[in-house]
Design a protein around this ligand. Sequence first.
Ligand SMILES: NC(=O)c1ccc[n+]([C@@H]2O[C@H](COP(=O)([O-])OP(=O)(O)OC[C@H]3O[C@@H](n4cnc5c(N)ncnc54)[C@H](OP(=O)(O)O)[C@@H]3O)[C@@H](O)[C@H]2O)c1
Length: 360
Amino acid sequence: MSHRALELAAKAIGQVSPSPLVGCVIVSDSGEIVGEGTYYYDKTIHAEVIALDQAGAMADGATAYISLEPHSHHGRTPPCTDALIKAGIKRVVCPIEDPNPLVSGKGFETLRQNGIEVVTGVLKKEAEKLNEKFIHWHKNGRPFVHVKIAMSLDGKIATKKGESKWITGPGSRAVVQHLRHEYDAILVGGNTAFLDDPSLTDRSERMRHRKLVRIILDNSLRLPLRSQLVQSASKFPTIVFTNQGDSESKRRLEEYGVEIVETKEGGRDLRMVLKELGTRKIQSVLVEGGGEVAGSFHDAKLIDKVSFFVAPIIIGGKEAPASIGGTGVKDLSRAMRLRTKDVIHRGEDIEVTGYPVWNE
Ligand SMILES: NC(=O)c1ccc[n+]([C@@H]2O[C@H](COP(=O)([O-])OP(=O)(O)OC[C@H]3O[C@@H](n4cnc5c(N)ncnc54)[C@H](OP(=O)(O)O)[C@@H]3O)[C@@H](O)[C@H]2O)c1
């Protein structure tokens, strides 16, 4: 049943940020599922309350399986702990604490004080993975950074003349749309914005609670006014980080609805960029290249997850950009390794997704 609670929570991917994904299953004394709920930000009703409403009187003496610690404070909704206590729930099975300091540990404590048995730790890793972006933002105050790269077998992301459409096949590209759906923001470097003229939209055709924010690191402000990004800036939030002061380019971009964030180092100061995004409650960023920008994130050890989509082609050439530029490491012993890798066939391509382990 803990697994079912996670499944229910996952139904709302893309529809909860900046809140967490939460699912709840109520199982009666006789082992029957009597209520199920999923939290959606726009519906302002918590998974526990939906499930308890369905269960009605059958919640009395039942067990509630919840994917994340229920809250005991008054937020946008009244405390879920009150609803569980009032309904007569006897046991709560819940893998992890909520990292939000307003909730953390207090929800479990309130339940225990009211005679409810609380079981934690079941499917802990899966529950943490499900809410990895939410947990990361609460713990670090900056967004979770996922670098996604489409490359050839020899690690190239474009040809020497800058052609990159399409290195990978339709299977990989469809997955990328679903990845975009999971994220609050998508980020690229100035060269990619200039050369590829991408639209950087979520074309998964799934509902979103917040619009995907598009971020371009472009100190020289050369994003063309006729580009798809600028032309659609009034419809989709678009932020350019730059170190340029007041200029004609800046004013023109702003006229189209592009937000310019100007700081001393502009896009070069990635910690500042992420800090600024964190302040805006942007909990997660998908970095889609190019190689220079991915290299900077790598050098700064600011990558929390990577997905490489590797196509069975060889591009070759010293001048063709590599997937990770920047300075790189001197010694192999210092190379970043991936833990808990997923290796998945996507048509002719192979996706490798994992979490970095940084070697000092
Ligand atoms: N296959 C793929 O997955 C994929 C994905 C994306 C792009 N591409 C291809 O990659 C090529 C572009 O990649 P690229 O490596 O040349 O450029 P890039 O990473 O897209 O952009 C680099 C530029 O961004 C600006 N910038 C601002 N802050 C930065 C920071 N912290 N770190 C690095 N750069 C920063 C710099 O220009 P300023 O100094 O002007 O700010 C820099 O020259 C294109 O050919 C594109 O088609 C392929």
